[in-house]
Design a binder for this molecule. Structure first.
Ligand code: M6R
Length: 606
């Protein structure tokens, strides 16, 4: 993961580097650092922890170089300490890296035998020493970098500067994204266009295997074989403004509250409001002839895909295969002719999802992606993009992106159902109407957050929490558990309610809250039976339902009363209590809600 940036400027660049890193903090926040070329020497400042620690350090010990690189880290190799913070340096090379160098051990052994002294536990440091080693053999910085790149295995986006070269910066991309920014007499490198938005909107995205030689006068791009190549310059739509929290205490809470509006925007992108019917973009494939849908994603986006599986199977009557991206790509799963592969990702940069997309593309699938970032790699490599209009999501815990993914996927299910002759006009209007009512239901629910206070007090004292749900509520149980564990650090597990008796029931006692996601749908009676099994073992039920607690015939410790909603849209509406239970519990526990430990917003390593 990690975010990288580089600037060849006309005034000292350290402050701008930190500004760009602030926009990349979603990629990691274990430590940060910058290095510049100062009077021909390389100078660096690094700090453990959040970016503000680096800013404070730079205030005490400024850097004045006009050429520099910066990094915000999500630790892979080596603890999140200052010693392992980037930039890493040899005597004449400084490098920042996003990715993993898989053959770093053999390179490190070889370089140590040649006299290199390593100062960190990272894989990245070998890159600096390898380039220096090539330079000692007589190569200039460009040739030395070319030789070094040829020896690296793994994934990387790099920005490199050199002692004695104030007008040179080299970038390279293999598996991790990297953008070149074109300024007026200034040039930039960044993990994405958002990082560079305050400086330029003129962006060139490097392709896999590309490396770029930047001077203040421009850029020369070469491919893996060293041939000069042209890559298009595009105008980025990324905004230069840093999103703020408004009146909210955390980004996560702000984003939860934005849901009625952004779900409306997303729905209106896929619907003809006048006729009450879905209006879907041309996927370049006859939906009636699709033989199977394959869905893949990670984390919360995977749970959105799981809901879509239920929708597509039930409403469009089409077989759906789904797996987390880190598994699907390595299973060597056979993929059918006329298959549609759907990838779901907020960031559009998740490494596992991207690799699985490429696997499916190579196997001849039509690739559709549901992404929130239109300029992302996943979007650019898809045949068709189904955007979610959630706006920037800053909190690491995905909230509004999830419900917007559900909104877009619900429309996909209806479009497929119609194309396959499974949906009458009347039924389509009924389901579209249900979708259009979602924002109103969410607004109503958001008016009363006090009801989570008592529940959060109780949850915050628990060591373990179980979440149960059936059918469309099963993915919500998984999502509720993920949300709670990622921001409160309480151990939580989600299960299909019917699976509880096959193992998890052993965990139940009077100290374990069991959150049951139970809209009154056609599976409600079955879920009630599972609640009785919980109650019989002394478990304390938190009922999230429109049903009256009295109607279930067993004690309920807490009830989150939900509105009566159409079963088709219940996963979208029921996402809200999952988010708010986790949020209020985490706030009471005093955790870092927006940037929980060990996590990052964009996961660009395997
Ligand atoms: O950017 P993506 O949607 O591809 O990210 C996938 C997961 O990393 C992400 O949903 C993660 O699980 C969230 N932090 C959960 O809240």
């Amino acid at each position: 993961m990690c975010g990288i940036v580089g600037i060849l400027g006309t005034k000292p660049v350290a402050v701008d580097l930190v500004d760009a890193l602030r926009r990349l903090e979603y990629r990691g926040y274990d430590s940060a650092g910058v290095a510049t070329v100062e009077n021909g020497h390389l100078e660096r400042r690094r700090a453990e922890g959040k970016l503000r620690n680096l800013s404070e350090r730079l205030t005490r010990e400024p850097l004045n170089g006009l050429a520099g690189i910066g990094h915000t880290r999500w630790a892979t190799h080596g603890a999140p300490s200052e010693r392992n913070a980037h930039p890493h340096m040899s005597e004449n090379v400084s490098v920042v890296h996003n990715g993993i160098i898989e053959n770093f051990r053999e390179l490190k052994d070889e370089l140590m035998r040649a006299g290199a002294v390593f100062a960190s536990d990272t894989d990245t440091e070998v890159i600096a020493h390898l380039i220096s080693y090539e330079m000692r053999k007589g190569a200039d910085p460009v040739a030395a970098t070319k030789n070094a790149l040829a020896r690296l295995r793994g994934a990387f986006a790099l920005a490199i500067i050199f002692a004695g070269h104030d007008n040179l910066m080299i970038g390279a991309r293999e598996g991790s994204p990297l953008a070149v920014g074109h300024g007026d007499g200034q040039m930039y490198l960044g993990s994405d266009a958002i990082a560079l938005a305050p400086f330029t909107d003129q962006i060139t995205y490097l392709d896999e295997g590309d490396w770029a030689i930047l001077t203040r006068e421009g850029v020369e791009i070469r491919d893996r074989q060293g041939r000069r190549v042209d890559r298009p310059k595009v105008t980025s739509q990324a905004s230069g403004f840093l999103v703020d929290k408004g009146n909210h205490r955390h980004f996560m809470l702000k984003e939860i509250h934005e849901q009625p509006e952004v779900i409306s925007h997303t729905l209106s992108n896929y619907m003809d409001m006048a006729s009450g019917r879905v209006r879907f973009p041309d996927l370049g494939i006859d939906l009636a002839k699709v033989s199977r849908v394959t869905i893949s994603a990670c984390g919360t986006a995977y749970y959105a895909g799981l809901v879509a599986k239920y929708w597509l199977e039930r409403y469009a009557r089409i077989p759906v295969e789904i797996d987390v991206a880190s598994e699907l790509r390595y299973r060597e799963a056979p993929l059918p002719e006329n298959g549609l592969a759907v990838f779901v990702s907020q960031s559009g940069e998740t490494a596992d999802t991207l690799a699985t997309l490429r696997y499916c593309k190579a196997a001849g699938q039509t690739i559709a992606s549901v992404v929130n970032v239109r300029s992302s790699t996943i979007a650019r490599e898809s045949h068709v993009v189904l955007p979610t209009l959630a706006g920037p999501e800053i909190g690491v815990a995905s909230t509004k992106a999830f419900t917007c993914q559900l909104a877009a996927l619900a429309c996909l299910a209806l479009a497929m159902a119609r194309a396959r002759g499974q949906l009458s006009d009347e039924r389509e209007r009924e389901l579209v109407k249900a979708l259009l009512e979602v924002p109103r239901h969410m607004s109503t629910l958001l008016r009363d957050e006090r009801r989570y206070d008592e529940l959060a007090h109780w949850m915050s004292k628990s060591r373990d929490v179980l979440y149960l749900g059936r059918g469309l509520s099963y993915p919500l149980a998984l999502e509720g558990a993920l949300k709670l564990k990622e921001i409160s650090y309480i151990h939580a597990e989600g299960y299909a309610a019917g699976e509880m008796k096959h193992g998890p029931i052993a965990l139940i006692d009077e100290n374990v809250p069991v959150v049951v996601v139970a809209p009154e749908d056609d599976l409600f009676e079955k879920t009630v039976s599972n609640m009785q099994e919980v109650a019989a073992r002394g478990g304390r039920i938190v009922l999230v339902s429109n049903a009256d607690p009295e109607s279930i015939g067993c004690p309920v410790a807490a009830h989150v009363r939900m509105p009566q909603v159409h079963p088709f849209v219940s996963p979208i509406v029921y996402a809200l209590p999952m988010q708010l239970i986790a949020y209020h519990t985490a706030v009471l526990m005093g955790t870092d809600v927006d940037q929980p430990r060990n996590l990052a917003k964009s996961v660009t390593v395997e």
